[in-house]
Ligand binder design. Structure first.
Ligand code: GAP
Length: 428
């Protein structure tokens, strides 16, 4: 993890929030390369679950919602951790994380457990009283449930169909940590997939496979990914079943995404609290309430897993090269164009021209601030799949050298075929 956090800071993937003021712990900012990577992860998800499917539509609901939402969802009542204080060293812990012994001083003497609600509170408008109390959403899911009828009526979907959303969520976590793994502000990618109750098991299994394979298809190695079904006592208050997709982080196997069968809990609750009809007209069973299968993943956790999984150190000609073998869909920069001689105006001009042409369709950069070996290492370390080198010969034969990040193999390609060659390599 230290290598990843140091790379993230050094190369502009992730910075500590408010660093000039000493930092805000467990809050992180995505830098120039991090924002590209994060956006690529979200785009890959959106393409896979919305744009390439006929049974899915997207939504972008507000973070602030009517406070009744959280009563109906059960979050004001049940979204809490039980906290205990060690009477000897006075430290506070989550009861479920420590058993009966203080991890700091070994004492077994604790205060009674107290429920601590994880929702972040805020006040809307100028008066800070109970009527203005609101919450920053702890999950994006509720924005989907309250819009169920709006989407059903406008998108004219029939069961089974799903609504997908990416957005910020907030939880006043008691024990945040492990870099961006658990934070108080984070982004979720959530699907609520509505099905005929009799098909719920089938679609639950389908989505577990579908989501597991998404990570594999984007390059996560199989040995580092597993599925784990929740025990009954681990299930959230709304869930009938849940399977986590877990990644083998340097700090141990941890949840990337949960796929839950939420049954009809949410739609029934919101129907009751709002007095509105939230059923499907042509569903005869279960009073017209569909069941909901929910694959819910974290953007920040995915980004971290993709970074960890892609990081390699390799011995090349007696030197160590650090390389991020990111899938080309995720790599922040797709192509770097590098002139071999920066004092030769013609080479520089051609390199710029090639870069500008590529930049119209993919993120491409130009760099001439070091010798070629160093330029390659720099691009390897941030995961750029291809480097194009322009040399003296290029001015005569109109060919350039394309170097592959992973194999370090070099091909000589004519400039007028370069785009096709690059598209083939990146997007096969
Ligand atoms: N709507 C269901 C739901 O929110 P969850 O298991 O509490 O389920 C889903 O959260 C995903 O959101 C997690 O698998 C994780 O990737 C991400 N997530 C949850 N809490 C997080 C936190 N404090 N920091 C970063 N990501 C978090």
């Amino acid at each position: 993890m230290e290598k990843i956090t140091s790379l993230c800071k050094r190369r502009g993937f992730i910075f500590q929030s408010s660093e000039i003021y000493g930092g805000l712990s467990n809050s992180w900012d995505y830098g120039p390369l991090g924002v590209e990577l994060k956006r690529n992860v979200k785009n890959a998800w959106w393409k896979a679950v919305v744009q390439r499917r006929d049974d899915m539509v997207g939504l972008d609901a507000a973070i602030l919602m009517h406070p009744k939402t959280w009563e109906a969802s059960g979050h004001t009542g049940s979204f809490a951790d039980i906290l205990v204080d060690c009477k000897k060293c006075k430290r506070r812990f989550r009861k479920d994380k420590i058993g009966d012994t203080c991890p700091d001083c070994g004492s077994k003497d604790f205060t009674e457990g107290r429920a601590f609600n994880l929702m972040l509170k805020t006040y809307l408008g100028p008066v800070e009283d109970a009527s203005a109390l609101s919450y920053l959403r702890p999950e994006t899911a509720q924005g989907i449930f309250v819009n169920f009828t709006n989407v059903l009526n406008t998108a004219r979907k029939k069961l089974p169909f799903g609504i997908a959303q990416i957005g910020k969520s907030f939880r006043n976590e008691v024990t945040p940590g492990n870099f961006t793994f658990r934070t108080r502000e984070f982004e979720q990618m959530e699907i609520e997939y509505f099905v005929d109750p009799k098909d719920a098991d089938k679609f639950y299994n389908y989505w577990v496979e579908e989501r597991f394979n998404w990570y594999l298809n984007l390059g996560i190695s199989k040995k580092n990914l597993r599925k784990r079904e929740h025990e009954k006592d681990e299930l959230a208050h709304y869930a009938k079943f849940c399977t986590d997709v877990e990644y083998n982080f340097p700090f141990g196997w941890s949840e990337l995404e949960g796929i839950a069968n939420r049954a009809d809990f949410d739609l029934r609750q919101h129907a009751q609290f709002s007095g509105q009809k939230l059923t499907v007209p042509d569903l005869k069973e279960n009073d017209g309430y569909p069941y909901i299968i929910e694959p819910s993943g974290g953007v920040d956790r995915s980004v971290l897993a993709f970074l960890v999984d892609a990081y390699f150190e390799e011995e090349v000609k007696g030197e160590t090269r650090a390389v991020l073998k990111l899938h080309s869909d995720l790599a922040p920069v797709k192509v770097a164009v590098l002139p071999l001689l920066k004092k030769n105006d013609k080479i520089v001009e051609l390199a710029h021209k090639i870069k500008e042409d590529l930049q119209k369709c993919m993120v491409s950069v130009y760099d001439d601030t070091a010798a070629i070996g160093k330029l390659y290492r720099r691009q390897d370390e941030v995961g750029t799949p291809l480097c194009v080198t322009v040399d003296v010969q290029s001015l005569e034969d109109k060919q350039v050298t394309v170097r592959d990040r992973d194999t370090m193999k070099q091909d000589r390609i004519s400039v007028d075929k370069l785009k096709d060659y690059i598209f083939n390599k990146l997007y096969k």
